[in-house]
Design a protein around this ligand. Sequence first.
Ligand code: IPE
Ligand code: IPE
Ligand code: MG
Length: 258
Amino acid sequence: MSRLVDIFKTKNKRRLKRTAKVDLRIPVHLAVIMDGNGRWARKRGLPRTAGHRAGAENLENVCEACIEQGIQYLTVYAFSTENWSRPTEEIDTLMDLFIEFIHRFDTKMAREGIRLRFSGDLAGLPAHLQSTISHAEENSRHRDRLQLIIALNYGGRRELAQACRKLAEQVRSGKIEPDTIDENLVRSALYLPDVPDPDLIIRPSGEQRLSNFLIWQSAYSEFWFSDVLWPDFNREHLLAALEAYTMRDRRFGGLKQI
Ligand code: IPE
Ligand code: IPE
Ligand code: MG
């Protein structure tokens, strides 16, 4: 899907309106590594947890912008399997914040037609968060404007290891033969097999790595990096990323379209 929008860009703190209008190509599935909350807080002399709160609030704005642009799936990386190595205090605040976010965002999600889904090793999350997650998924199952997928206790390596285990169990129980295991079968054992691969992955905060995010699904994703810290990442930055994505030549191993 593509639509005509005005593109704005911030350069040297000056807001320049592009003279040209760009017909944007809109990704079906956008994924975002919500990074930089801690640095955002430190810059303001605030505790890291204040940055996480600001980051959660920002997600609401970015969801609105995604709906406006006609994006159908938005996956956001909120907590990795490696983030357990942080101080207990920060982890506890994050878990509480996830519950608070899901409750607070609930009415808004219903109004906007947002379906909420989760991806990750959910069994490893605190019990209260697990039950909040199941309620939110069940309550929003019928909504279809945007699927917001929150990657929680997510690790691409763990997802693949768990997929291997599921397939091994299917072999043991005689459901499948080892030589039928192909790319489609591996995909079917991932956390959310019905969700298409992300077309575009955005990582703000200046880091340029995947940090164990969607390692199978990102095989042919386009990447866009920005120095902006996640709590400051706004609609304008999203439009800049979409503009860059529009210019990409996605060949999937084939040849350039003439
Ligand atoms: C991302 O922000 C949120 C989580 C990983 C939970 P960070 O907390 O990693 O922020 P920085 O990278 O330290 O600034
Ligand atoms: C990746 O950010 C995970 C999330 C944003 C949830 P990190 O801050 O944990 O990643 P590294 O440690 O910089 O690679
Ligand atoms: Mg970080």
